[in-house]
Design a protein around this ligand. Structure first.
Ligand SMILES: Cc1cc2nc3c(=O)[nH]c(=O)nc-3n(C[C@H](O)[C@H](O)[C@H](O)COP(=O)(O)OP(=O)(O)OC[C@H]3O[C@@H](n4cnc5c(N)ncnc54)[C@H](O)[C@@H]3O)c2cc1C
Length: 492
């Protein structure tokens, strides 16, 4: 039986571990934190419960598929609730657009807010469906491990047809004319941690997922996905060690031979799957001389996706105007992305996203709202943030929300702030990036670091910094894709 060590127990690592165990590999998973699931983490404050990380779930079938691979029945582990009208978008001047996978509801709202958009809505849905189908058939289910993977003729044709040269914002403008509607759609770029004014129109396929297939919530909290993966991994025979930080991968003659952890123990292995963020962990765990084609300089050349400033807040009141997901937009979105990516600073007037899962499951916030409040933040810079900045930024966010009628100050029972620096240190995320590499540059959008090391023949990568990309379903797919590639290469 071939021994595989998986470094990191995020969704990507767990998905690869379960898939490999199902295929007969002897799998050991090493995770530096006490919990599994990585950025998908449960946080409890007083009597309120929160999901940190993925609050918006799409493609639930992907998570079910991992469980099915192990021979277990997904229905016994996960119950996904579809939120038909899922996201309330509110403009800085108070206009409201509720995103829904009910197309009649969308057209009805658009006929008031953007008659051109209402007229074009069906052709818009048709085009984003086409983009999704191409993405799904040509990119999502493939791992990129060698040069030949990039040369398949089908891939080249598909690439030309996914609007790689048009920006997301420009694409939406073909169908919609109202600036607020455009802004609400442009926000999908943040799901890949990127700017709508630069990232390719290909990613309008995210709009397909939300506006056609729908947004889901996992009963009990989205962290239940991580809990289910952990249970299934154990049933499948994966050996799991938490609180176990990997400090190096030992390489001999171009092969990873063992993995060493903080207390000095070593795990000899035939193969290594690295789920820890590859831009941070590959340079940290493997000596530079053993990875000439992925030097420190090359690692530093990738642009990190945006990070986040998060406040988890439990209230003693319920704000009736909030849906499960609500977004309060700033008045100048272009400026916000310039601040995030060009000036690399916190937006002065941030767009604010709120997840309030107690709308769907009141027991998540028995005393009132359980608010996950997120403002986009720049990737971590070398200079540290000024003392007291987090408190001041939090107050700016609360004040902005109060102005929009969301009652917070004076109602707070518990509160916890999480900064980009926390995301960097807790999950080993490259510069605190939520989604690994940003998709602003064409090269990074379509040619992310590949799923296999070029210099080390038995080292594979899964997770947000590699193919097919960031976001909970994508990283889960990357785990399954890499397991398939390993089976093809090592188990034949
Ligand atoms: C605030 C926030 C909001 C988000 N919102 C959404 C959303 O709404 N929907 C969505 O789909 N996605 C969302 N995401 C993105 C999503 O969380 C990620 O894309 C996904 O969870 C990443 O999974 P991963 O397996 O690639 O990495 P991670 O979850 O980061 O897992 C990597 C694991 O490796 C471990 N590790 C690192 N270094 C070492 C080491 N040396 N030794 C051992 N272990 C190590 C880490 O501790 C971590 O557990 C959000 C993320 C954040 C932070």
């Amino acid at each position: 039986m071939k021994k595989v060590v998986v470094i990191g127990g995020g969704l990507g690592g767990l998905s690869s571990a379960i898939s490999l165990a199902a295929k007969g590999f002897d799998v050991t998973l090493l995770e530096k934190n006490r919990h599994l699931g990585g950025k998908l983490m449960q946080v409890n404050l007083g009597d309120a419960h929160f999901d940190f990380g993925p609050n918006t779930i799409t493609m639930p079938e992907v998570f079910r598929e991992v469980i099915r691979l192990s021979g277990e029945n997904p229905d016994e582990y996960l119950n996904f609730i579809k939120l038909n009208t899922h996201t309330r978008n509110i403009s800085s001047d108070g206009k409201v657009l509720d995103f829904s996978s009910d197309q009649e509801k969308m057209k009805d709202q658009l006929s008031r807010l953007d008659p051109t958009g209402a007229k074009n809505y069906e052709s818009f849905i048709k085009e984003i469906t086409r983009l999704y189908q191409l993405g799904s058939s040509q990119f999502f289910r493939k791992s990129f491990t060698s040069n030949t993977d990039y040369l398949s003729p089908g891939l080249g044709t598909a690439f030309a047809r996914v609007r790689p040269l048009q920006s997301l914002h420009h694409f939406y403008r073909r169908y919609f004319s109202d600036p607020f509607i455009l802004q609400a759609l442009d926000r999908y770029a943040t799901y890949i941690g990127s700017s709508p004014y630069i990232s390719p129109a290909t990613f309008a396929l995210i709009a397909y997922l939300e506006l056609v297939e729908g947004v889901y919530y996992t009963r009990g909290g989205n962290w239940k996905i991580a809990e289910a993966f952990e249970k299934v991994a154990k049933i499948s025979g994966v050996t799991i060690r938490t609180d176990c930080r990997v400090t190096s991968i030992q390489v001999k003659n171009g092969k990873a031979v063992a993995v060493e952890v903080a207390d000095g123990e070593t795990f000899p292995c035939d193969l290594v799957v690295m789920n820890a963020d590859l831009l941070a962990a590959y340079p940290a765990l493997v000596e530079e001389k053993d990875r000439p084609r992925f030097s420190d300089r090359k690692a530093a050349s990738f642009e990190p996706s945006i990070s986040a400033f998060v406040a988890l807040v439990s209230l003693n009141t319920r704000n009736k105007q909030l849906l499960h997901h609500t977004v309060y937009f700033s008045s100048d979105y272009e400026r916000e992305f310039k601040e995030l990516f060009v000036e690399r600073k916190y937006p002065e007037s941030p767009t604010i996203y709120i997840s309030n899962s107690s709308v769907t499951e009141p027991e998540k916030g028995p005393s009132g709202d359980n608010l996950f409040i997120l403002a986009n933040a720049p990737a971590v810079k070398k200079e540290s943030v000024r003392d007291g900045f987090s408190e001041r930024y939090k107050e700016l966010i609360y004040k902005t929300l109060e102005k929009q009628g969301v009652s917070i100050n004076g109602q707070i029972l518990e509160e916890k702030l999480i900064t980009p620096e926390d995301i960097q240190s807790q999950f080993g995320a490259y510069k605190g990036a939520l989604y690994g590499v940003a998709s602003n540059r064409k090269k990074d959008a379509f040619f992310r670091p590949r799923n296999k090391a070029q210099d080390i023949g038995n080292l594979y990568f899964v997770g947000g910094s590699t193919h097919p990309g960031g976001g909970s379903p994508m990283v889960t797919l990357s785990g399954m894709n890499v397991a398939d590639a390993i089976v093809r290469e090592w188990n034949a």
